[in-house]
Design a protein around this ligand. Structure first.
Ligand code: GAR
Length: 195
């Protein structure tokens, strides 16, 4: 079996990254984590990836000022240099340019802490609670230029409990993210495509 080479893009602690790394240890998993790329030099996930023996690289967006495409071209160069097949955004908190997204058709996926198309953007858990939502959840989807949009690959519902805070809800949603992200990557890496 030839495994797809995956890059994970992070900006922070990298718990979804860690879930993907763990899943990829299975002998029958169709992808290997070949690179972890961060836009934040001290992102917590970088140390975890290094400890696992995975190549890491930082492309600091601040070096590019307002030139988002120059930042994206620098990231893309790293992805090409590491012969990456599939890109997984995992808590990567930069908006990508249409140019970069166009380089990875059906090969760039993202995890989002809500049942898209509900609650795109930030503070999803607090917004769901404020609305009195009874069901919340997590989504893995293909990346398109519009933020938190694109064809959905997998979702998992998480019931909202009467005494939930944004933090308690976030932690149950995060557990769901950790289940569906490795499952979605398995699908993509075995050449599943949405029509
Ligand atoms: C996750 O909940 C992820 O869904 C969210 O950031 C968190 C990162 O946590 N991403 C977004 O909100 C992107 N729209 P992690 O670094 O522990 O994986």
């Amino acid at each position: 079996m030839s495994r797809k080479r995956v890059a994970i893009l992070i900006s922070g602690r990298g718990s979804n990254m860690a879930a993907l790394i763990e899943a990829a240890k299975a002998a029958d998993y169709p992808a290997e984590i070949a690179l972890v790329l961060s836009n934040v030099p001290d992102a917590g996930g970088l140390a975890r990836a290094s400890a696992e023996g995975i190549a890491t690289v930082t492309v600091d967006h601040r070096a590019f000022g307002r030139d988002r495409e120059a930042f994206d071209r620098a990231m893309h160069a790293e992805l090409v240099r590491h012969a990456i097949d599939i890109v997984c955004l995992a808590g990567f908190m930069r908006i990508l340019t249409p140019w970069l997204v166009a380089q990875w058709p059906h090969r760039m996926i993202n995890v989002h802490p809500a049942l898209l198309p509900a609650y795109k953007g930030l503070d999803t858990h607090a917004r769901a609670l404020a609305d009195g939502a009874t069901v919340h959840g997590a989504t893995v989807h293909f990346v398109v230029p519009e933020l938190d949009s694109g064809p959905i690959i997998l979702q998992e519902e998480v019931p909202v409990l009467a005494d939930d805070t944004a933090e308690t809800l976030a932690s149950r949603v995060l557990a769901a993210e950790h289940r569906i992200y490795p499952a979605a990557l398995r699908m993509i890496a075995t050449d599943y495509k949405l029509a």
